[in-house]
Design a protein around this ligand. Structure first.
Ligand SMILES: C[S@@+](CC[C@H](N)C(=O)[O-])C[C@H]1O[C@@H](n2cnc3c(N)ncnc32)[C@H](O)[C@@H]1O
Length: 309
């Protein structure tokens, strides 16, 4: 049963007082690209659905709800990371329990003692069942691990080392309550990206944000999940974009500017390729952090003055 939240601590533009919309930090999260993505959106009418099948921390979804561009009831959200989607579902339906577990974790956590972090990580990896305790552990690890990274080993174990924070906010209560409200009426599903899209109708909008094709071997980060995301997956995704285009569904897709990706989305098929600039922080090589060009593909026309490749 859903627990009601009586007061929403959102500012007029939908931000929590700390300015945060997402309750998780996620590799490839789109928070800083939002103004550029918003400038490339198609019209989303109230009768259209909004699909986000690589949800991660849901930066664009949360922005669209907070700014009134969509209502939560229009959203069909999914990701193939079962623990991540269980966390979104718990924030949607059992927010009180999640916050209570987080408060207990925070009360027993000593930031100065690395052993505390590794004990949390062991508890998370040995949690055999989904539930609000596992969700709270996932959130607490996200706040205390290196760079807020979520990465699993081939055996499916979370293996990110401890982050170096003086005072991490383990209980992001205001943000969690705001996200809880943003999710009321949204449909949440776990599964691969094709799973929900049979229901997409003409005029609906899909935002695809898959793991990026690496620009070089050393820049590769695709280990969100033990199964990874390879070139065959990128090709399956491009075929799906093609089918959706034929069905009149509006699609926006983010990826790297790797030549393999540019070739997958030929402009002649009604697709438009736009370059946006992002600053990326999650990279194993710290010298490679900084401004980088990324690709946004749309299958609809946007303003003539948008930057094109
Ligand atoms: C680049 S991240 C998305 C980031 C998100 N847009 C945000 O703002 O945080 C890619 C996401 O795709 C998910 N993923 C990887 N392979 C997938 C698949 N085959 N089907 C669905 N989701 C997948 C990962 O779990 C990860 O959350």
């Amino acid at each position: 049963m859903r627990e009601p939240i009586s007061s929403c601590a959102l500012s007029p533009d939908g931000l929590s007082p700390s300015g945060e919309r997402a309750f998780l930090k996620w590799a490839g999260g789109k928070r800083q690209l939002i103004p550029q993505l918003v400038s490339l959106l198609p019209p989303i009418l109230p009768e259209n659905s909004y699909f986000e099948p690589f949800l991660g921390s849901g930066a664009l979804f949360l922005h669209l709800v907070a700014t009134g561009l969509i209502k939560p009831t229009q959203a069909r959200l999914s990701d193939n990371n079962e623990k991540l989607m269980a966390a979104w579902t718990d924030v949607q339906t059992k927010i009180g329990e999640v916050i209570e577990h987080l408060q207990n974790i925070a009360a027993n956590y000593n930031h100065a003692d690395p052993a505390c972090y590794y004990a949390l990580r062991d508890r998370y990896n040995t949690c055999s069942e989904s539930g609000t305790e596992r969700t709270a552990l996932l959130i607490a690890l996200n706040k205390t691990c290196f760079n807020g990274l979520y990465r699993e080993s081939k055996k499916g174990l979370f293996n990110v080392p401890r982050g170096n924070y003086k005072n991490p906010n383990i209980v992001p209560e205001t943000t969690l309550k705001a996200v809880h409200i943003a999710l009321q009426g949204a449909e949440l599903t776990t599964g691969s990206f094709e799973k929900t899209l049979d229901w997409a109708k003409p005029g609906d909008f899909v935002y695809f944000d898959p793991p990026y094709e690496p620009l070089s071997q050393s820049s590769s980060f695709r280990a969100y999940h033990k199964n990874g995301f390879n070139r065959t997956d990128q090709q399956r995704l491009a075929e799906l974009v093609d089918q959706l285009t034929k069905r009149g569904v509006n699609v926006m897709l983010s990826n790297s500017t790797a030549p393999f990706i540019i070739q997958l989305y030929p402009q002649r098929d009604g697709l438009r390729l736009h370059r946006v600039t992002a600053t990326r922080f999650i990279n194993s090589n710290k010298d490679k952090r900084g401004a980088i060009q990324e690709l946004v593909v749309t299958n609809y026309k946007i303003n003539a003055d948008s930057p094109k490749t």
